[in-house]
Design a protein around this ligand. Structure first.
Ligand SMILES: *[C@@H]1O[C@H](CO)[C@@H](O)[C@H](O)[C@H]1NC(C)=O
Ligand SMILES: *[C@@H]1O[C@H](CO)[C@@H](O)[C@H](O)[C@H]1NC(C)=O
Ligand SMILES: *[C@@H]1O[C@H](CO)[C@@H](O)[C@H](O)[C@H]1NC(C)=O
Ligand SMILES: *[C@@H]1O[C@H](CO)[C@@H](O)[C@H](O)[C@H]1NC(C)=O
Ligand SMILES: *[C@@H]1O[C@H](CO)[C@@H](O)[C@H](O)[C@H]1NC(C)=O
Ligand SMILES: *[C@@H]1O[C@H](CO)[C@@H](O)[C@H](O)[C@H]1NC(C)=O
Length: 687
């Protein structure tokens, strides 16, 4: 989870006026969810050292594989000037030195991301990084993020690295292990393809280069490889080659046109480049495609697979370096009935698929070559529906040291197996979700009730969970109702068994009276969706900030709109002890209701733009507020506020169990103090 619960860093003391103690160390662990819950768009194995592999994600950073199939996050650092590094646009390993890893970091090429892209280099397996700054942006969460790897290290000379940019910025080269970079002037095929021209979101920019790969046999160790292949998202010519170590480049003659090259992999034993093709780079698209082989000696292109216009194209492609002619390719995005994977043992002359159509009665109409194993993330079926293999399959990797082991990324997890060659013996193998330790959900709400489970979460896309044990993956997500994106969750202060959540669906409000085991839709949820729902101390009132207003329902009777507040986007929080005491904020205005939400009164507080309200669960009327001018405190239900501590900006604030004998809760805040943005804690704020 990308929240305070998931990150490794030092908290510092917050509230006292003296110097902040930045040296205090905390041990943070990830809450185990069992699977990424988000898009894994690149997986790369080391060809130098067995067991070394990395997976990149679009919003969750880079992960390194462990021997037990789990993944270690390498970018769970918190620093508000480095947040865009969680979008990883490409990853490359040095085939000469297993400890070296490089990533292209930067999340959006549009204005949402104020920072330019960087190549991050590590010489210690991703534990620490040094940064090389580029004069333009990268797009780890832009359209086309699952195209093949656009960053690659020369297998004959590790100091040489190529990076293919987006946005028409061309091909870049480093000759000093990623420290400095220069544009390759002779490479002019910067790409023309745009998923949706004019789009101001993730799909309006030039995709640019799709892959870079080398012919390792084109020189010898210590000398730059002569033959280099570059894929470019351009339907008129999409595969380029240099045969003079990158001095000159040209489109390979005779190549297929009309499609985009996705992934290129060179087979030294066959002296051939394999290329997968798709007709778009749309993250959720994929209409048509084929797979070709280019033989460098005869200079011939040969088609080895065609989807015959059945609507999916081809994405992730991998060769088994231990088995000449063994190749696997995934469909780019076959939504129905399921993503497919093709495997050939004879260089693409003949293929078998991970499932075949079988109309004899089962739904979906497929006969599977595998047994589906989601024991590490048993909640996945709720997300995947009737699909097993998944979708958005832009990366697939056979372990170069173990022909039994392969992995591929999907929109929700990583699947893989340790019994891959069962495929060739017509024996089913376990296709397992293998992404534990990897977490890239957008956490939208957390609550920790004083009884029952230690944590209830709600997240984007995959719903959220009741976490009975923080070290064990939850068995199921919130069900009946299940909503993909769930926006808020709250427990009642005096009756913590009562829980409410709101989510993105018509009738998107549900209640539980057993701390989130069973749920029912609020009797008067109507057709409203999303928003932020809060319970009164006794759990009988629900306050729902939705539809630009605040609505209150008691005992599931119809919601009444609070009449005397202007329209706006409200943040609400209720007192945990006093059943009628509710708080609300809208931009810089703070409101209090003492009559269970029948009416709200604006207080005269002038405390800046309000981002979050934290209530003291043990003392009536004791409220803390995070604003763009810092942290503010009130002991009279928000009638008056005093500035608390040295924070100059604050994003979140919440109160928890007391750490001292004073009994006053510990306060946790995400804030900027003395110029350092981070997470802070105070045990000393007794008013
Ligand atoms: C800061 O925290 C460290 C680690 O907990 C502790 O050893 C040190 O005494 C603290 N310094 C101050 C000035 O409180
Ligand atoms: C690899 O297979 C190809 C046929 O696909 C064959 O021509 C070639 O000799 C083989 N190479 C090796 C090293 O086995
Ligand atoms: C496409 O059609 C050809 C010729 O009928 C067939 O051999 C091939 O298997 C088909 N491709 C797929 C992906 O079904
Ligand atoms: C396959 O997965 C199931 C759980 O889904 C597990 O019980 C079984 O042991 C696995 N088999 C192998 C060979 O790993
Ligand atoms: C708890 O909720 C269920 C419906 O989800 C309802 O049938 C039951 O009566 C409720 N129990 C209490 C004690 O409110
Ligand atoms: C955040 O990152 C920037 C850029 O690397 C660095 O200068 C700064 O010291 C970091 N801040 C913290 C609090 O680590």
């Amino acid at each position: 989870m990308k929240t305070a619960l998931a990150v490794a860093f030092a908290l510092a003391a917050l509230c006292h006026a003296g110097p902040v103690n930045y040296t205090q160390k905390y041990t943070w662990k990830n809450v185990r969810t069992g699977a990424s819950g988000g898009f894994v768009d690149g997986i790369v194995f080391s060809t130098k050292q067995k067991g070394v592999a990395y997976a990149r994600t679009d919003i969750g950073g880079l992960y390194r594989l462990n021997a037990d199939d789990s993944w270690t996050p390498l970018q769970d650092y918190v620093n508000n000037t480095l947040w865009n590094e969680h979008g990883v646009d490409a990853v490359a390993l040095d085939p000469n030195d297993a400890s070296r890893v490089y990533i292209a970091a930067g999340i959006y090429t549009n204005s949402w991301d104020p920072y330019n892209g960087k190549i991050l280099s590590s010489t210690d397996y991703g534990k620490t990084w040094s940064r090389s700054y580029f004069p333009f942006k990268f797009g780890g969460n832009m359209g086309g993020r699952q195209m093949g790897e656009r960053l690659a290290v020369d297998p004959n000379k590790g100091s040489i690295i190529y990076f293919g940019a987006r946005s028409g910025k061309g091909l870049w080269k480093s000759s000093d292990y990623g420290k400095t970079w220069a544009k390759v002037p002779s490479y002019t095929a910067v790409g023309t393809f745009i998923i949706a021209p004019g789009d101001t979101g993730q799909n309006g920019d030039i995709i640019g280069i799709t892959f870079v790969t080398f012919d390792s046999t084109s020189s010898s160790a210590g000398t730059a490889s002569k033959r280099i292949f570059v894929g470019t998202a351009d339907t008129s010519a999409t595969v380029y080659m240099s045969e003079d170590a990158g001095v000159t480049w040209s489109a390979i003659p005779g190549q297929p046109t009309g499609f985009l090259s996705h992934t290129g992999k060179y087979s030294p034993t066959e002296k051939a480049l394999y290329v997968s093709y798709v007709n778009t780079a749309d993250t959720y698209g994929g209409g048509d495609g084929y797979v070709y082989k280019y033989y460098v000696e005869s200079k011939k292109w040969v088609q080895i697979l065609d989807d015959n216009g059945t609507g999916f194209g081809f994405g992730g492609l991998s060769l088994d370096p231990q088995k000449n002619g063994t190749v696997m390719v995934a469909t780019y995005h076959q939504w129905w009935p399921d993503g497919n994977i093709y495997r050939s043992l004879d260089g693409g002359a003949t293929w078998t698929t991970i499932w075949d159509f079988d109309w004899s009665g089962v739904q979906p109409p497929v006969k599977r070559r595998f047994d589906w194993d989601v024991s590490e993330a048993n909640w996945l079926p709720e997300v995947t529906g009737d699909k097993a293999t998944g979708w958005m399959m832009g990366s697939l990797a056979i372990d170069p040291f173990d022909s039994e082991h392969f992995l591929y990324g999907t929109g929700a997890t990583i699947f893989g197996s340790h019994k891959l060659t069962n495929w060739d013996k017509n024996i089913n193998f376990n296709l397992s979700s293998l992404s534990y330790g990897m977490e890239e959900t957008a956490v939208l709400g957390l609550t920790s009730p004083p009884q029952g489970p230690p944590l209830l979460s709600v997240v984007g896309d995959v719903g959220g969970w009741r976490h009975d044990n923080l070290d064990v993956a939850p068995y199921k997500n919130h069900l009946n109702p299940w909503w993909g994106t769930t926006r808020s969750i709250d427990h009642a202060g005096s009756k913590p068994n009562i829980v409410v959540r709101s989510g993105d669906a018509s009738g998107g409000l549900a209640l539980s009276n057993d701390t989130g085991i069973t749920w029912h839709i609020h009797a008067n949820a109507g057709t409203w969706s999303g928003g932020r729902a809060q319970l009164s101390a006794n759990g009988d009132f629900v306050v729902w900030a939705v539809n630009n207003g605040i609505y209150v329902s008691v005992n599931e009777y119809p919601f009444q709109k609070v009449p005397n507040i202007p329209s706006g986007s409200y943040y609400t929080a209720n007192d945990r002890n006093h059943n009628g005491l509710f708080y609300a904020a809208e931009s810089s205005n703070f409101y209090v209701s003492t009559d269970a939400g029948t009416s709200y009164t604006k207080t005269t507080a002038s405390i800046g733009y309000i981002r979050e309200i934290g209530v003291n669960p043990f003392r009536i009327g004791d409220v803390w507020v995070a604003t763009d001018s810092g942290i503010w405190h009130s002991i009279d239900s928000g009638k008056s506020f005093g500035k608390a501590g040295p924070a100059t900006d604050a994003y979140h604030i919440q109160l928890g169990k007391s750490a001292t004998s004073s009994g006053y809760p510990s306060i946790f805040a995400a804030a900027t103090i003395q110029g350092w943005a981070g997470h802070y804690r105070s045990d000393e704020c007794v008013p």
